[in-house]
Design a protein around this ligand. Sequence first.
Ligand code: F6P
Length: 368
Amino acid sequence: MQKTNVTRIGVLTGGGDCPGLNAVIRAVVKTGIFEYGMEVVGIEDGYLGLIQDRMHALEPQEVSNILTVGGTILGACNKANPAEYAVREAGRWVKRDVTEEVIEHCRGRGLEALIVIGGDGTMAGAHHLIRHGLNIVGVPKTIDNDLPETDVTFGHDTAVATATEALDKVHTTASSHHRVMVVEVMGRYAGWLALRAGVASGADVILIPEIPFRMEAVIDKCLHRSRHGKRFTLIAAGEGAHPVGEEMIVDHVDETSPDPIRLGGVGRYVAEEVEKRCGLESRSIVLGHVQRGGTPTPFDRVLATVLAHHAVELAAAGRFGELVVFKEGKVSSVPIERIAGKIKTVPLDEPLLRAARAVGTSFGDEPV
Ligand code: F6P
C-alpha cells in the first residue's frame, strides 16, 4: 500500500458520455482502494450530483465487469455547470451560481479531492471550482478529440471505428445505387472525427469545419467521378462543416446548457444541393449518438486505464489542479487552467490532410 494523506476522493463523469468512461471509473476505484487505501465516492450525473448532493460509496465489486461496457455507471449530464446552473424561475430559464452549495456538499461528504472526467465544458467547470478552493485532478474525455495539450482523448478511437464502420456500410449501398451518399458525423467545432473516419473509409470528399467548402468543388468531384466510371460518391461531413462565408448549421439551441449550440444539418444540406444542382441522386445519413455508445476499443480501454491510474497518483500526492494527458506516447499532466475554455481543432498543416489529398480526397475547397 502506498502512503497518502488523502483518504477520501470523489469521482464524476461530466459532459456528454463516451466509450471508456467506465474503464476510468474502474481504474480510479481499484487504484484508490487497492494502492492507497482510499475511500472512493461516485458522484451521480456529473456536476448535477455535486449540486444536488447525490453520491454513494463505490466498492471494487461495483466496478467489476464494467471495463468493456459503454456509457457510465455514474450517469452523465452536460447541463450542470456550478458557475451557471440553469433553473426555471417565473416561467423562464435563469442561470445561477451554485458554487457555494457544491463546496458545502463536498465538505459534508468529507471529499478531500475530486477526479473529474470530462471535456472542455467540464474542465472549464473544474477550473472554476479549483479557483474556489476545491482539490481537483482532471481526466480528459471526448469523442471529438478537441482538448488541447493531449494528443488524443479516450472515446475518440471508438467513435472513429463506429463512424468508419458506418461509412463502409454506406459505401456499398452508394455503389449499388449509383448515388451520392453524405454521412454526417459528430465532432462539434473540430473535424478530427470526420477526417479520421473519412480517411479510414476512403471517403471521396471529407468536409470539416476547419476547411470551409464550396458546393461547386464538391459537385465537381461527384461529376468528375461519374465521368470516369465511378458512379457514386461517398462524402464524410463533420457536423461543423460549412460553406465558405457561411455559418455552421445549428440544429437547435438548448438554453439549459452552458454550451447551448447543437450543430446538425450539413449532411442534408450538401445532399440536397448536389441533387438540385447537378441531378445526381443523393441521400444523407446522420450518425448522431450512435458514435457515443458501444464497447470501447482496446486502445481506449488502455488509455482510460493509464490516465485514471495517473490521476489517482496525482491526487494521492496532493498534486491538484492538474489534467492528466497523453502526449508523444507518454502519460503526464498539465495545469487545468492551461486548457480551460480552449479547444484543439485540426491545424491546416496536419499531415493527414496532405496524405488524404495525395490519395485523391477532396476537402471541397479546390477544383478537381
Ligand atoms: O462533445 C460530444 C458531442 O457528441 C458532440 O460531438 C456533439 O456535437 C454533442 O456532443 C452533442 O451533444 P448532446 O448529447 O447534448 O446532443
